[in-house]
Design a protein. Sequence first.
Length: 305
Amino acid sequence: MLRQRDLSIYFLFFILLSCNTNTTVDPTLDTRSKGKINISADESFKPVIEAQVQVYEADYPDVKLNVHYKPEADCLNDLTVDSVRMIIVTRYISPDEKRFLEDSLKLSPEQMMVAFDAIAVITHPDEEIHRFTMKDIREILQGKFRENLIPVFDGLKATSTVRFIVDSVLHGDTLTSKALAARSSEEVVDYVSKNPAAIGFIGVSWIGNKDDAQQQSFLTKVRLAELECKGLPGQYVQPIQVNIYNGLYPLKRGLVFVLKENYKGLGHGFSNFMTSERGQLIFRRAYLVPGYLPFIVRPTRLRDE
């Protein structure tokens, strides 16, 4: 039989064991299936990000993803805003930016490339020239092209489209003073459709989805230009998935999320969803190239006429 002292020790051990195994979760913290967070996303990816959010919120009715669509520079500035949990942009953050977040906000950001898209070039339907070399594109952007086409962007200073053009096409050279700034990708399409001397530059996720009625309506108003293949002089392609995947289309770029979360909360849940099979299929169905899901190119055989 147990003595009184032995019973006391046994009872104390049982209480301590119960305390260690019944840890409680902070009810104020969000989880992958419950809560609300703010996300800043590059405006040029709005159609596909809205599709991702719609499916995720349908899966988890207690979740609210407040996505604010902005120019890329504004999204990057939101890295320092406590209320913004995630940003979605076209580049990785730099070592200096990462170090700043670690030092000032005491968190270690996670970042990952989830998909690839491209900058689409659009012209007025009456414009006879619809094929351009990269030399042509550079001359247009510098205001030197023989047809004097005026480039139109979704903004001139803070957008990912302009940054990509200046960094990757002009390589730091100055953009022509004739370049025009619309307030959104939709307005770029609208302006080009009404002005034969304009040539627009927008993210392909705004105009490449053949199953989206709005995007198909855009293509009744403007023409999707062809650019000379990268590494294959004399051959021209449009920014469709296979050409982006193979690197043939020269204006290819990536889509990156940067997550500011030190625990496995809603931000981790949504980022994991975008890299999951379902999330990657959403990118593919939006005619982007998935960053993780295998992209299979199958040869097709045309029927004899």
